[in-house]
Every structure is written in structure tokens, then in C-alpha cells.
Design a binder for this molecule. Structure first.
Ligand SMILES: Cc1ncc(COP(=O)(O)O)c(C=O)c1O
Length: 389
């Protein structure tokens, strides 16, 4: 054979795959078939052989299998981002004329997806406070889906999944929960009778701000299969390297989340005693609206995310944020490093003032996604920054 042929047809099989202790990265878009009959069976959906990258690949399968075990789910779909997981899950669950009840304080990207795109399909969406009473009051005979976040961002509101799940069952609606912030380490929503769980793998699952992914999980295999068909049609599947990075992050997830939860609670309690701070939104503090719900739902920790308000509005908040030396000013969450941001002038910039105040997203509010640093170093950093106010 000539070199031009040899170079193209290099070996694609590893010599001893059974001895690997870490998963390989399967960067293969096409897959070889041994016969036309085998290809026909795959094309007719009669086998699940690897077919073409958009239909699934080795790293996607490994991530899905890992998440099924972590969340205790029968089926999983791994997507390119958290938003694509939400899109595939929700579009698999609703039809024209349906009514959706969603928590008002869901992630901004979810809010605008529902407000702008779901409603264009003649799906009516009612946004409510993240409480069981508000969800109940919004239910109609057409309600087919309730969508909430276990712990919301930035004020760490906690939804009573047991009560909302019962309401969904009584109403004949599905309940989807974005569980990005607690992760399966702190909460496994399927155990409460929830229909579907979504994670942005971009956050705590991968954990190092270097990968984007998302996962949809359910015990309803048909529902996940429908979501998978949407992912295939729209090309929303996770890429091999991103799936590999997410899976690598998952191997240290429980250690990171445990440390981050402890750090967050300690930092929140310390901030609550500082004279420059007017309010701290952490579910372990008695002042938090869902303090009791969180004790029941999140007994092992509330996760790394919380928010606090400094006296003196935007000017004071900006001084604190810009004076921090260890905590980084990044509008993102879930990293091993502590990240802070200013929600009023970023994620909530288009929310009308009155509504924003009602949500607690005041001008002095700072959101913190606490990392795994030494807690003494973190407290010292926030102490020197608060002195600048
Ligand atoms: C709670 C939550 N869900 C979903 C998303 C969307 O995830 P992604 O950016 O991976 O699409 C985010 C992003 O910040 C989020 O915070």
C-alpha cells in the first residue's frame, strides 16, 4: 500500500483496552459496520450499535451511566449544555395548548427560554414564587408540567419537593427539577417522586470551569427516549471531550461538594455577624424563608451557593467585589475556586426594579459560589474587602 493509503487507514483500536484505569476519549464521529444488514438494522432502530456521533458515542454513554447511578435513575440523556438538557426535556414533555407552572426565580436562561420560546408554541407559562402554595394556586386543568430548581440562584430558595411532587401527581402533571446546585450528593429528587431531573454539568459536576455539559434523568424511559430524539434532531448531544471532562470531575464530586457546603455555611454565618452586611441568604440561617424545608430536604448540606447584601447599595457591593483577592469576580458558579458576582447588574439586569426587589435581588446583593479553599483564608479575604466599604 502507498503511504497516502496507509496514513488514512491507521489502526483505530487500542491494543489493551481492558487494562485501562481511566476512560479513553472516543473522538470518533463515524462508526464502522461489518455488513449492510447491520447498518439497516441500526437505521431501523432495531439495534443500538454506534451509528454516527450525533446519535451517541462512548463518552456520552459513560457519562449517562455514571449519572444514572448517582441520581438513581432508569434513563439518562447527556447534552451539550444545561440549557440543551432543559430544552430536550421540556420539549419532550409539552404539547401545544399545555400549561406550564415555573418558579419565577429559575436561572435567567431558563426563564427567557420559557417566556420567549415556549409561549411561541402556544404553551402558556405561569411564573410563581418557589413555594408549594404558589404552585398550587397556579395549577389549571391544562397544567402538564411544573418546573422548579431545588435550590435557586442567587437567594438559595429551597422548594419543598415532597409537597410539590404530591401536587403534581394530583394534577396529573410532571414535575421537573433543576438540581444543578445541590447535585446528587445533597439531593436526589427522584426519591421524592419527581418525574425528571436536570443538571448543568458545566457547574459542580465538572467542577473546574473547563467543560460544558448537561444531563436529563428520569425513571420514565419513554420520556428520555423522546428527549433523545430531540437531541439527535437538533444536534444537542454532549461532545466526547466535554463528556470526558465532566466524568473526570464527577470522580471528585462528593469531596468537593462536602467541602464547599461546609465552607459556604461557615462563611455565611461569619458574614451574618459583620456590621457592613444587612442580610445573608443561606438556608441554614434561621432568617432564611426555607430554613425548615432545607433542614428536611438537605440534611447533609445546602451546597456552595448563597448571597449576602452589603449596606450602601451598588457602590458598596462593587467595592467589596473589586477588593477581593482570593475570590474571583466571575459570573459563573460551581468551580473549585470561590467566585462572586453582582446579580442586579448581570443576570437580573432586565428584571423590572420592583420585581427584582421582591426577589431579594437588591443593589447591594453579592452572590457567592464557594470553593474548596481553606476557610480561614476565605474569611480573611472577605474581612479585608468589607473594610473597604
Ligand atoms: C441552575 C442552572 N441551571 C442551568 C444553567 C444552564 O447551564 P449551561 O450554562 O450549562 O447551559 C445554569 C447556568 O448558569 C444554572 O445556573
Amino acid at each position: 500500500m502507498n503511504l497516502s493509503t496507509l496514513a488514512v487507514h491507521i489502526d483505530t483500536e487500542a491494543t489493551s483496552p481492558t487494562h485501562l484505569s481511566a476512560p479513553p476519549i472516543y473522538e470518533s464521529v463515524g462508526f464502522r459496520f461489518d455488513s449492510v444488514e447491520q447498518l439497516e438494522r441500526r437505521a431501523r432502530g432495531q439495534s443500538d450499535d454506534w451509528y454516527y456521533g450525533r446519535y451517541g458515542h462512548g463518552n456520552m454513554r459513560l457519562l449517562e451511566d455514571a449519572m444514572k447511578r448517582l441520581d438513581g435513575a432508569e434513563a439518562a440523556l447527556a447534552c451539550a449544555t444545561g440549557m440543551s438538557a432543559i430544552y430536550c426535556a421540556v420539549w419532550a414533555a409539552v404539547n401545544k395548548g399545555d400549561h406550564v407552572v415555573a418558579a419565577r426565580d429559575v436561572y435567567g436562561g431558563t426563564f427567557v427560554l420559557f417566556r420567549d420560546e415556549l409561549t411561541r408554541l402556544s404553551v402558556e407559562v405561569t411564573f410563581v414564587d418557589p413555594t408549594a402554595a404558589a404552585v398550587e394556586a397556579a395549577l389549571t386543568p391544562q397544567t402538564r408540567l411544573i418546573f422548579v430548581e431545588t435550590v435557586s440562584n442567587p437567594t438559595a430558595r429551597v422548594v419543598d419537593l415532597e409537597r410539590v411532587s404530591r401536587l403534581a401527581q394530583q394534577a396529573g402533571a410532571r414535575l421537573f427539577v433543576d438540581n444543578t446546585i445541590p447535585t446528587p450528593c445533597l439531593c436526589r429528587p427522584l426519591a421524592f417522586g419527581v418525574t425528571g431531573v436536570i443538571h448543568s454539568g458545566t457547574k459542580y459536576l465538572s467542577g473546574h470551569s473547563d467543560a460544558m455539559s448537561g444531563v436529563f434523568l428520569s425513571n420514565d424511559r419513554d420520556l428520555v427516549q423522546r428527549a433523545r430524539q430531540i437531541a439527535i434532531k437538533t444536534g444537542m448531544q454532549v461532545a466526547p471531550f466535554e463528556a470526558w471532562l465532566t466524568l473526570r470531575g464527577i470522580r471528585t464530586l462528593s469531596l468537593r461538594v462536602e467541602r464547599q457546603s461546609q465552607n459556604a455555611e461557615a462563611l455565611a454565618r461569619w458574614l451574618d455577624e459583620q456590621p457592613q452586611v444587612s442580610r445573608v441568604w443561606h438556608p441554614r440561617l434561621a432568617s432564611h424563608p426555607e430554613h425548615a424545608v432545607a433542614q428536611r430536604l438537605l440534611p447533609h448540606g445546602c451546597g456552595s451557593l448563597f448571597a449576602f447584601e452589603v449596606k450602601g447599595g451598588v457602590t458598596a457591593a462593587a467595592r467589596v467585589i473589586e477588593s477581593l483577592k482570593i475570590a474571583r469576580f466571575v459570573p459563573h458558579l460551581g468551580d473549585v475556586a470561590t467566585l462572586v458576582t453582582h446579580p442586579a447588574l448581570s443576570s437580573h439586569i432586565n428584571v423590572p426594579d420592583e420585581e427584582r426587589q421582591r426577589m431579594g435581588v437588591t443593589d447591594g446583593l453579592i452572590r457567592v459560589s464557594v470553593g474548596i479553599e481553606d476557610i480561614g483564608d476565605l474569611i480573611a479575604d472577605f474581612a479585608q474587602a468589607l473594610k473597604m466599604v
